[in-house]
Design a binder for this molecule. Structure first.
Ligand code: PGA
Length: 241
């Protein structure tokens, strides 16, 4: 697993119960290993876990337990045999006002429960145009990671916000350069190597090209993972390379 790429499907707030049933029937035709992680809405997680699929929550609460109506804690997620949680997705940062501080709290809670963390970072188009990409990524990484007492189990997902759901992606060279920068910053902060995924409009048509990027450790897929057929095509390219 150490050197193997992983493919994470973030299904966001998509698919109904019957669509999930069909989805699982489709993926049951294949034999996925631990390189593939499904992140459906909370309510569908048990259906995936029950079939032995690796799963992740899309979010966790920033509180440990108690009277927080509508929230789901890291401990609850972990107690359901769910291995991963996404933290700091740009949709959470933007629509739910998650600050760097909240994200850091969530990482600490997740690691305490031995959840693997997929920490999303990325720049807006405005920041990119102002040549602030590296500065933004460094700030996001530093505030999330600096001073943590363990780093094992943290995976970074580099997702340029302007590439999410837009059909646009940076060039391969651009992604490679940015991932090199992220890996250097991670090493400066924690003296370790962490996996770095790319996310943002990854689909079954561009994955063959994206998968030639040398330093990428996998992909975080949104829209294209809501179709089992399209997601399977992506997985086949990455896992069978
Ligand atoms: P997308 O989403 O693949 O639809 O661009 C990626 C993500 O938000 O993680």
């Amino acid at each position: 697993m150490e050197n193997k790429k992983i493919v994470v499907g973030n299904m966001k707030m998509n698919l109904t119960a019957s669509e999930i049933d069909n989805y699982i029937k489709e993926i049951d035709k294949y034999d996925y290993n631990e390189q593939v992680v499904f992140c459906p809405s909370y309510i569908y997680l048990p259906s995936f876990v029950g079939k032995g699929y690796r799963c992740g929550a899309q979010n966790i609460a920033s509180y440990e337990l108690g009277a927080y109506t509508g929230e789901v804690s890291a401990r609850q997620v972990s107690s359901m045999k769910i291995d991963y949680t996404i933290i700091g997705h740009s949709e959470r940062r933007n629509y739910f006002n998650e600050t760097d501080e909240i994200i850091r709290t969530k990482i600490t809670l997740a690691l305490k429960e031995n959840l693997k963390v997929i920490l999303c970072i990325g720049e807006t188009l405005e920041q990119r145009d102002a040549l602030k990409t590296y500065e933004v990524l460094k700030r996001q990484l530093t505030s999330a990671l600096k001073g943590l007492d363990k780093f094992q189990g943290i995976i970074i997902a580099y997702e340029p916000i302007w590439a999410i759901g837009t059909g646009k992606t940076p060039t391969n060279q651009d992604i490679e350069d940015t991932i090199s920068f992220i890996k250097k910053i991670i090493n400066d902060i924690c003296g370790q190597e962490l996996k770095v995924l790319y996310g943002g409009s990854v689909n079954d048509e561009n994955i063959t090209k994206l998968n030639t990027i040398k330093n990428v450790d996998g992909y975080l897929v949104g829209g294209a993972c809501t179709s089992a057929e399209r997601f399977n095509k992506i997985i086949e390219v990455v896992v069978n390379q």
